[in-house]
Ligand binder design. Structure first.
Ligand SMILES: Cc1cc2nc3c(=O)[nH]c(=O)nc-3n(C[C@H](O)[C@H](O)[C@H](O)COP(=O)(O)OP(=O)(O)OC[C@H]3O[C@@H](n4cnc5c(N)ncnc54)[C@H](O)[C@@H]3O)c2cc1C
Length: 459
């Protein structure tokens, strides 16, 4: 029984936001029924994205709708508000919020008051001021980016196949990925594999005609699977003719030329930026304490340090890693921690409302699995190292067990089974990004611009 009516505001509908709200709606079932508690989830999209499936969505192995979880269906005990929190004055227990309606009305962000705050806006791509990057680059964090990239790669193959200009063909068939972490390696591995397969349906493109380049500033890739498996991944990618460049940075990508720090230049129409993440800027628009890296300072109980009634977890939060030997270690920004933190966070809010003692978050990282394309993978989990098909199979089994809801599990499994029986999808539906284009042209409007090209028209 909670002491008084509690209005819980959850900011973000990703891993932490969705799982915390899910836990709360179970734990506070009676209180919600009696109107003693109320949970509001504010998030820009009506779905949670299962990010580990984005590379497979880009490869066409899973359809985009099955990579996302509909929040309204899963969180039927919560109020879902589609919008963005712009700032938070926690001293006044007030968030300012903009929604499609506030934008339509031109009224500006509106205030929303709460009693308990769960701040989980996640992270955004950590970019650098590299000339041309903002104009030509694309990230790999959302389902829109993954599908946009898939369409773009197939479109480049169509361009290369139909042009008579060797320079255009060469640039179209050159794909540069910057950042050798999870997102970059998996996205490149899956897309290269898809493009290699698709090439057999082009009369004039051979897999060897394509250049796939992975640029990594440090001396290793995939640190999540350890040094030995990281080295194996480099060898495996190079065996597939992928140009892995360690100790190398992207210096510029203006005029559709990727200029690298080792002096090489690659004319290209594709630069994918996956060089790490940083906390969402919303956390800086609050009166809550941040650490040196801009993450919310948290306690091992997942409260925001020094603030009462404020909670945080996931990519935006610096949660002390109580299992580490170093005293200042914080948990890494990954789903493994985010899901587990959300469970403790939900329980702790229920404990706090009932005047019970809080639990401490403690989880030792168990390692990772990564897919490098169909039937190819690498894993280092619970001390066991796996390569190739067994690692890929483990990747699928693990993520199938993790993707939320039985509904999604069944759909993903059905898709994998069907794609095992039939041939892979190689169609590009890039025109979905411009549904009005044909009608606009018919009505005398301008043709749409390529979202990957320079908006200023310098290329
Ligand atoms: C391609 C890719 C593959 C990955 N693979 C793995 C993997 O295999 N294993 C693993 O452990 N981790 C993986 N990760 C990392 C993992 O997905 C993240 O660590 C995890 O999503 C973090 O959870 P979160 O809740 O903090 O943030 P998110 O899940 O990103 O959720 C943040 C939410 O906040 C919302 N939001 C943003 N701004 C606002 C605002 N102003 N107001 C309201 N809501 C807002 C966002 O729309 C989103 O819904 C991968 C990440 C990527 C990009």
């Amino acid at each position: 029984m909670v002491k008084e009516r509690a209005r819980i505001l959850v900011v973000g509908g990703g891993y932490v936001g969705m799982y915390t709200a899910l836990r709360l709606q179970r734990k506070l079932k009676q209180e919600l029924k009696r109107g003693e508690a109320e949970i509001t989830v504010v998030t820009p999209d009506p779905y949670m994205t299962y990010q580990p499936f984005l590379p497979e969505a880009a490869a066409g192995a899973i359809s985009p709708r099955h990579v996302v979880v509909p929040l309204r269906r899963v969180l039927d005990g919560c109020q879902i508000v589609i919008g963005e929190v712009r700032s938070i004055d926690h001293a006044k227990r007030t968030a300012t919020l903009s929604t499609l309606a506030t934008e339509e009305e031109g009224a500006g962000p509106e205030p929303l008051t709460y009693d308990e705050l769960v701040l989980a806006p996640g992270s955004i791509s950590r970019t650098l001021p590299i000339p041309g990057l903002a104009d030509h680059g694309i990230g790999f964090k959302s389902v829109e980016e993954a599908i946009g990239l898939r369409n773009h790669v197939i479109e480049q193959m169509d361009i290369a196949s139909s042009t008579r200009d060797p320079a255009i063909r060469d640039a179209a068939l050159t794909f540069v990925f910057v950042g050798g972490g999870f997102a970059g390696v998996e996205a490149l591995g899956e897309l290269e594999d898809m493009a290699r397969y698709a090439a057999r349906y082009y009369h004039n493109i051979q897999p060897e005609d394509m250049k796939w380049i992975l640029v990594e500033a440090s001396d290793r890739i995939l640190p999540e699977v350890g040094e030995e498996m990281g080295r194996y991944t480099v060898t495996e990618l190079r065996r597939r003719n992928i140009d892995v460049r360690l100790h190398t940075r992207l210096d510029s990508c203006t005029d559709r030329v990727a200029q690298l720090s080792d002096g090489s230049r690659f004319p290209t129409r594709t630069v994918v930026w996956t060089a790490g993440v940083k906390p969402h800027p919303l956390v800086a628009a609050t009166d809550l304490p941040l650490n040196g890296r801009g993450r919310l300072k948290c306690t091992p109980q997942l409260t925001v340090d020094g603030a009462t009634h404020a909670w945080a977890a996931g990519d935006a939060a610096a949660v002390p890693d109580v299992t580490a030997d170093e005293p200042d270690a914080t948990t890494a920004p990954n789903a493994q921690h985010a899901v587990r933190q959300a469970k403790v966070l939900g329980d702790n809010i229920a404990h706090a409302l009932r005047g019970e003692p809080l639990e401490t978050y403690a989880h030792k990282y168990v390692g990772s699995v990564a897919s490098l394309g169909l039937h190819k993978g690498v894993a280092h989990v619970y001390g066991r190292k796996l390569k190739g098909y067994p690692a890929w199979f483990m990747h699928r089994v693990y993520h199938l067990s993790r993707v939320p809801t039985y509904n999604r599990k069944a759909r993903v499994l059905a898709e994998w089974t069907l794609s095992g029986l039939f041939k892979r999808e190689i169609v590009s539906l890039g025109s979905l990004e411009h549904p009005r284009a044909e009608f606009e042209l018919a009505a005398g409007g301008k043709p749409p611009t390529d979202p990957f090209s320079d908006p200023k028209g310098s290329s």
